[in-house]
Ligand binder design. Sequence first.
Ligand code: NAD
Length: 454
Amino acid sequence: MNIINPATEEIITTIQEDNETSLSLKMERLKKSAKQWAAVPVQTRAEILEKFVSLLKENIEELAAILTSEMGKPLQQSRNEINGAGAKATWLAQHATQYLSEEIMSVSDQMTEKIVHEPLGIICNISAWNYPYNVGVNIFVPALLAGNAVMYKPSEYATLTGIQIGKYLVEAGVPEDVFQVAIGEGEVGRALLDMPFNGYYFTGSYQTGQKIYQQVAKKMVPCVLELGGKDPVYVADDVVDVAGAAAGIADGAFYNNGQSCCSVERIYVQSAIYDVFVEAFVAEVNSWKMGSPTEDGVYITVLSRGAQLEVLENQVADAVAKGAQVLVGGKRVNQKGHYFEPTVLVNVTHEMAVMREESFGPIIGIMRVEHDAEAVALMNDTDYGLTAGVYSASQQRAETMLAQIDAGSGYWNCCDRVSAALPWSGRGHSGFGSTLSEVGLRAFTKPKAYHLRK
Ligand code: NAD
C-alpha cells in the first residue's frame, strides 16, 4: 500500500497490507494475551496509559511531522491534536479506578450486592483519518483501561500514525500481544468483521457504519458507531460581540480544513444581525493564510483525500445553480496537492446539497432566519445528529432551543468542542453509543451482578 503525501502527491513509503493469514496470526496473539491483561490491576493499566501520554509529548515533533505528512493538516494543528488527545487520555486514565472498579451497592446482615465491570475480551476498533489521535484515544485508551485486548485498524490515510501509536503503547508497557495494528484499506476492515471479536467500535462515515452494523448484528456483541455530522449553529439577534462570534464560528467550520465530524457545516443567522455577521465572517476567512501544511502560520492547507475535491465542486455547482452566491473561494486550486479554497456561500436553502450532505471540507453555507422557532426547525431538518450550537446573550434562550434539537451535544456560545468528562455520542445517521466520560469508560465492559448471601 502506497502512503501518499496529499500536499505533494508523492509517495512517502510503501508498506505491506495485512491479509487473512496475517490477521489470523494477530488474532491469535490477542487471544493468548487477553486474560493476562484483564488480570492486571486497573491502577497499573492506568499508569501505563499515562506513560503513553508522556511518550506522545516527548516525541511530539516527530509524531506531528508524520501526521502532517500523511494527512496534510497544518503542522501546528497536528501538535494541537496530539496534546488534546493526550489530555483526554489522561482524564480517562485518572478516572479509570473510580468508574471501572467493583461497586458495592448494598450490604445487610444477610446479603451483599455488588457490580463487577468485566472487560468484554478482544475488541475491534476501525478508525478514521481526520483526527487519528483524537478519535483513536476515545476508543483504544478506555478499551485498554477496562482490560480488553485491542485490534486497532487505523485509516489507510493515517497508517504511519497508527503504527506509531502501537509502538508507543508497547514502549509504555502495554504487552505487545495486547495491542495489534491491522494495516490496510477497506478490504482489511471488511475482513475484521468476519472475525470473532467481542465488540466493534467504529469511527467513520455513515455509509461504512451502516455496512458494519448490518454485518456484525448477527454476532450479538456491542457495536458503537461514531459517524458523520451536518452540524448547525444559530446566531441569535441578542449577541453582543457579533464579530467575535463570527470569528469563533469560522474557526469551528474551517479548522482542520473542515474535516471534523463536529465541524460547523451550516450557519443560521437572525435577520437583524445577518449583514454584520456575514461581513465579519468573510473578513475572518479572508485573513487566513493558505499554503503548504509545513509552512509557518498556515491555517488552510490540503484535503487528505483527492476525491473530496469533486464532492466540494459539485456542492458549489449545485448551490449556485439553485441561486446561491459565492462570497469567498468556490474552487480547487490549480497546483499540485489537494487544495480547495475556503468557500463561503450565502442565499442558500435546504434544497441544496451543501446544507444537507456532509461536506467534510472548507466550505460553509450561511442562511438568514427570522426567529428561534424557524432556526430550530431548520437545525433539526437533517438525518444527522452529532452537535448543535446556539450563540445568544441568554443561556436560557440557548438551552430552550438546544433542548428541542435532536443532537448528542449542545453548545452555548461555543462549537466544534469535545470534553473527556462528557459523553460523545451521535443520533440518527451520526451513530449511537457513547465514548468518553464515565459512559465511555464503561462502554468497554459488561456488568456482572453479584448477589452474595452470607
Ligand atoms: P470511512 O467510513 O471511509 O472509513 C473509516 C474506516 O473504515 C477506515 O479505516 C476504512 O478503511 C474502513 N472501512 C472502509 N470500508 C469498510 C468496510 N466495508 N468494512 C469495514 N471497514 C471499512 O470514513 P473516513 O473517511 O475515514 O472518516 C470520515 C468520516 O468519519 C466522516 O463522515 C466523519 O464525520 C466521521 N467521523 C466521525 C467521528 C465521530 O466521533 N462521530 C469522528 C471522526 C470522524
